[in-house]
Design a binder for this molecule. Structure first.
Ligand SMILES: [Ca+2]
Ligand SMILES: [Ca+2]
Length: 219
């Protein structure tokens, strides 16, 4: 078993949601490594690094009912380039057919537990159990790993494998659609490449300019 390294979510970015509600919901708790989404908002929180090749990404997610008892989507993203290019692993608490309060579906129409591959905004379903639902205020463990083209996934004790080589590299993250939830103990193992923030590049450029200028004035 590879050693998992705890992640610091302080600099993760609020990104557009990956499915039919592509708005940017505010995440709180990122500085305590317990990202939380309140209210009926949607959106992704995405890592400040990329994973190259094989990896493991794991953590905990709890759909919460204290603020609002809802039944929509909690999920994980990986191989992420943007909201139109990624994998998303989502899960709903759909109510029984015929009950008014039906949940959001993925843009594909999927409910229950689903794994979707999104390429230039075109979705394909890699896996779906349409009658498996989460329970309010229950903490679920998730674990996603890639070994070459094989994706091994465990979400809340439901494990499955699929093959896909679409996104070998990419960022990881979490998302909700119209759902309150908290995430914790996010960990990763793999070839981590830090993606510099635009600000860091700007400061670096200014520093270089300073060096060059000084060198020039001395000569
Ligand atoms: Ca509920
Ligand atoms: Ca909702």
């Amino acid at each position: 078993m590879a050693t998992l390294i705890p992640l610091n979510t302080s600099n993760w970015s609020n990104e557009l949601g990956p499915s039919n509600s592509r708005d940017t919901g505010k995440w709180i708790g990122v500085h305590n490594q317990t990202p939380e989404k309140k209210g009926n908002s949607s959106g992704a929180l995405v890592s400040d690094f990329q994973l190259l090749g094989d990896f493991t990404f794991s953590g905990l997610v709890t759909p919460t009912s204290m603020d609002y008892d809802d039944n929509d989507i909690i999920g994980i993203v990986f191989g992420w380039e943007n909201e139109l290019n990624h994998y998303r692993l989502g899960w709903t608490q759909t109510q029984a057919i015929g009950v008014d309060d039906r949940s959001y579906t993925d843009i594909t129409g999927r409910t229950g537990l689903f794994l979707i591959q999104e390429v230039n905004g075109h979705s394909s379903t890699l896996f779906n159990i349409n009658d498996l639902f989460w329970t309010d205020d229950t903490t679920y463990e998730f674990n996603i790993s890639r070994e070459d083209n094989l994706l091994s996934i465990d979400f809340g004790g439901t494990a499955f494998e699929v093959e896909s080589s679409q996104f070998i590299n990419g960022k990881v993250g979490i998302y909700t659609e119209s759902q309150t939830a908290t995430f914790a103990q996010l960990q990763v193992n793999g070839n981590v490449i830090q993606v510099p923030e635009p600000m860091t590049i700007a400061i670096f450029s200014v520093a270089m300019l300073g060096l060059v200028t000084r060198k020039f004035s001395r000569s």
